[in-house]
Design a protein around this ligand. Structure first.
Ligand SMILES: Nc1ncnc2c1ncn2[C@@H]1O[C@H](COP(=O)(O)OP(=O)(O)OP(=O)(O)O)[C@@H](O)[C@H]1O
Length: 211
């Protein structure tokens, strides 16, 4: 494998005082698509949050491009997350949510406006771009979160059940957009079709019940 864009080495994660991911090592190649599967509560969300640098590992480490995230927290910028609960700012519009992320990533105001509009159009949300997020349906909000992540053009895309709230048409739209991205993709999913379209499937076992 070429230099992995994302790795974890002997990674263990704790949530709610319990170890939910235990001693996991994984290398993800540039552009590779990895599906994370496993029963509810097996630690998929906890693992994605840790890979994204938002949760510190209990032990082990996460590397981005071979560099430990613990030593270079700025490498989190290489990664974009589609959260299961979307993680949007509900009192901003759909467009503003994408633009804020792009501005934080260094785009000018003009670039952010243009790229946000393109990303929302791709998610068939142009008509809703100026709507407050709190006025959107769950499926629409999820597509705003996908648009935001894709607009950032990350090296690594971490997506937590990104098709869960979608009808058939929009599920295909989201899946094809994620697969078309040149980013490495790690996607937690209960959807066999999503897993089937990935290069590799990693199965997490039910949570390890240890304190
Ligand atoms: N903030 C928290 N406080 C307490 N327990 C937590 C917290 N976050 C996660 N857990 C527990 O950690 C375990 C793993 O949760 P996680 O959400 O990572 O699983 P998952 O595989 O993503 O589940 P699902 O498929 O239902 O989304 C669960 O038992 C959950 O109850």
């Amino acid at each position: 494998m070429p230099q992995p864009v994302l790795s974890c080495q002997s990674l263990s994660c704790r949530a709610g005082g319990r170890e939910v991911v235990r001693d996991l090592s994984l290398d993800v190649a540039p552009g590779e698509r990895v599906a994370l599967v496993g029963p509810s509560g097996s630690g998929k969300t906890t693992l994605l949050t840790t890979l994204g640098g938002l949760l510190a590992p209990a032990s082990g480490r996460v590397l981005v491009g071979g560099v430990p995230l613990g030593e270079r927290p700025d490498l989190r910028r290489e990664t974009a997350l589609v959260f299961q609960s979307y993680g949007l700012l509900s009192l901003l519009t759909a467009a503003e949510n994408v633009e804020v992320a792009l501005r934080a990533a260094g785009r000018t105001a003009g670039e952010a406006r243009t790229e946000a509009a393109e990303a929302l159009a791709r998610m068939r949300l142009t008509a809703y771009a100026e709507h407050l997020v709190e006025e959107l349906s769950g499926g629409q909000q999820q597509r705003v979160a996908v648009a935001r992540a894709l607009a950032l053009r990350p090296r690594v895309l971490l997506a937590d059940e990104p098709t869960a709230e979608q009808d058939k048409v929009n599920r295909a739209l989201v899946l094809e957009a994620l697969l078309a991205s040149p980013a490495a993709l790690v996607v937690a999913t209960h959807d066999p079709e999503v897993a089937g379209r990935c290069d590799r499937v990693v199965e997490l076992r039910a949570a390890v019940s240890r304190r």
